[in-house]
Design a protein around this ligand. Structure first.
Ligand code: HPA
Ligand code: ZN
Length: 321
């Protein structure tokens, strides 16, 4: 059966770095990895929470050095995504995680864009690129990154997001940079309600004015918030495998996704960091289908939601779905 057409809206391009490519790039760039081979690296992917994942994730990123490395990374994801039925992808990247290591912003953005710009013809996938601010760094760093990225706004970068360690780093810390992003005409999203409680989701909406919430699973703990998300049709980009691997949810069978669907939330299914969490978007679909007994019609709703929740224009959305 061919995979159901879908949009992927929560995907960190750095999280698509497979161990084999990491070793190839490490070799090419003379970077020493503290693992003997890709298998040993893969066996280190046992996380106890978000931070334990982020520590390894930022460490491994060090193999990404040149424009060509970023092109190779994005091209590998797009080829895989095409096989999984992805027709449109809104892709996160973390500029600060690269510039802080001395990699030029130009190398990152141009490298990614080279693969993304070829994707409609090569893979039948349209894309948008979203720059994320690392929320564990001060807002001053986000502001400097935002200004450095300004030449790319509208052309290469369509929106801003907020990722990394959530608890203790609420949305309100980034009010100024989001105000500037809105004034610059960028689309606004933020991770919220992954490890943090419903109040983190509320702040992202009220203080940052985001149009979409990344994760948002803990919103389900607050009926008033759920009612608001339903009423305002705010999409939630849920990542089931990620939630289990980062211990936000015990097992797939315990995932709140059915309750979220039943509440009428605009839920989508995504892979987050698929090289680390055991599967790409279609494996997430297959996993929840099995563990949560979802019907074909529920899976179709999830796929349809992904186009509605995307930043595609209405006419583009209809053509893709
Ligand atoms: N949460 C926060 N930061 C991240 C994630 C995530 O799921 N993936 C990559 N950076
Ligand atoms: Zn994420």
């Amino acid at each position: 059966m061919s995979p159901i057409p879908k949009a992927e809206l929560h995907l960190h391009i750095e999280g698509t770095l497979e161990p084999e490519l990491a070793f190839e790039l490490a070799h090419r760039n003379g970077v020493d990895l503290p693992y003997a081979d890709p298998e040993q690296l893969r066996s280190a992917y046992a996380f106890s929470d978000l931070q334990s994942f982020l520590d390894l994730y930022y460490q491994l990123m060090d193999v990404l050095r040149t424009e060509d490395d970023f092109t190779a990374l994005a091209e590998a994801y797009l080829a895989r995504a095409a096989r999984e039925g992805v027709r449109h992808a809104e892709i996160f990247f973390d500029p600060q995680a690269h510039t802080s290591r001395g990699v030029e912003l130009d190398a990152v953005v141009r490298g990614l864009r080279r693969a993304l710009d070829a994707a409609p013809e090569r893979h039948g996938i349209s894309t948008k690129l979203i720059m994320c601010f690392l929320r564990d760094l001060p807002q001053e760093s986000a502001l400097a990154t935002f200004e450095a990225c300004r030449p790319y706004f509208g052309v290469a970068i369509a929106g801003v997001g907020l990722d990394s360690a959530e608890v203790g780093n609420p949305a309100s810390k980034f009010a100024d940079v989001y105000r500037l992003a809105r004034e610059a005409g960028l689309r606004l999203v933020a991770h919220a309600g992954e490890e943090g409680g419903p109040e983190y989701v509320r702040e992202a909406l009220d203080v940052l004015g985001v149009e979409r919430i990344d994760h948002g699973i803990r919103a389900i703990e607050d009926p008033e918030l759920v009612e608001r998300l339903v009423r305002e049709r705010i999409p939630l980009t849920v990542c089931p495998f990620s939630n289990v691997r980062l211990r936000c949810v015990d097992t797939l069978a315990d995932h709140p996704l059915p309750a979220m669907l039943a509440a009428g939330l605009l839920v989508t299914v995504n892979s987050d960091d698929p090289a680390y969490f055991g599967g790409y978007v279609d494996e997430n679909f297959a996993g929840i289908r099995e563990a949560l007994d979802l019907t074909d019609s529920q899976l179709r709703v999830l796929a349809r939601n992904s186009f509605e929740a995307s930043f595609l224009e209405d006419d583009e959305e209809r053509r893709k779905a």
